[in-house]
Write a protein that binds this ligand. Structure first.
Ligand SMILES: *Cc1c(COP(=O)(O)O)cnc(C)c1O
Length: 232
């Protein structure tokens, strides 16, 4: 409506331009290369149409946090996007998503590792999820549990620990956010020093709409962006 106040949803391309600018700034600050950052468009709140719009804008990685979300979006969009399962995963649901996803970001217990190992046809890229805040809703292993857990994954030939994932608390306190991300970065260094062939741990999945720039400054290689990119 010309001249009116109708609220129009921003186009994904415009949002992406803005996000790329912020990524470039964060990389500049940290002396990093923007090409080393992968954007995962989190489409859990939005329609198939909106997910398609993200793909048309040049996004190639999509993330969903529920089994149903993966099923519905996968049926519509197929295996052309790289699929990330980013939510907490019930063991009994592994079999329904295992052939559809390229990455699981929420490995946090041996029973889940066992099930993935049983169901996967080939080694699956997994992130070990680290709990860096006291928020009840956040899942993951306590930082001190992460190294012993990863050593135990030695028994599971289908699990490849590509990196660590965390969700910082929902806060604007920059120092709190940095501390969370640094904890995970430090754990990554310790894991890399173990030189485990099943756990190269080259990636850090951290940063969402409200904190991705800080996460990148602290070492994130994959940012999971929903609201700021495709909307709520
Ligand atoms: C929803 C979700 C995101 C994206 O959150 P936004 O704040 O909308 O960017 C990222 N990671 C996980 C695990 C999520 O569940």
């Amino acid at each position: 409506m010309e001249g009116g106040f109708a609220i129009v949803q921003m186009q994904v391309t415009d949002n992406l331009t803005q996000i790329n600018k912020q990524i470039a700034e964060a990389c500049e600050k940290a002396g990093r290369n923007p090409n080393d950052i992968t954007i995962i468009a989190v489409t859990k709140y939005v329609s198939i149409e909106r997910a398609k719009e993200a793909l048309e804008a040049g996004i190639t990685h999509l993330g969903e946090n529920r089994e149903e979300g993966i099923q519905v979006k996968w049926e519509a969009l197929g295996d052309k996007p790289t699929w990330h399962f980013i939510g907490s995963l019930q063991t009994r649901k592994v079999k329904n998503i295992i052939d559809k996803v390229d990455y699981i970001h929420s490995l946090d217990r041996l029973s889940l590792a066992k099930e993935i190992n049983k169901r996967a046809n080939q080694p699956l890229n997994c992130f070990v999820q680290v709990k860096t805040s006291e928020e009840e809703s956040k899942h993951g292993l306590a930082p001190e549990e992460v190294l012993p857990f990863i050593k135990e994954l030695n028994d599971f030939s289908k699990i490849r620990v590509v990196g660590l994932m965390t969700m910082a608390p929902f806060t604007n306190d920059e120092q709190v956010l940095r501390d969370c991300f640094r904890t995970v970065k430090n754990l990554q260094r310790e894991i890399q020093e173990l030189n485990l062939d099943y756990a190269p741990c080259l990636e850090l999945s951290m940063g969402m709409s409200n904190d991705f720039a800080i996460a990148i400054e602290e070492g994130a290689t994959m940012v999971r962006i929903g609201t700021a990119l495709v909307g709520e």
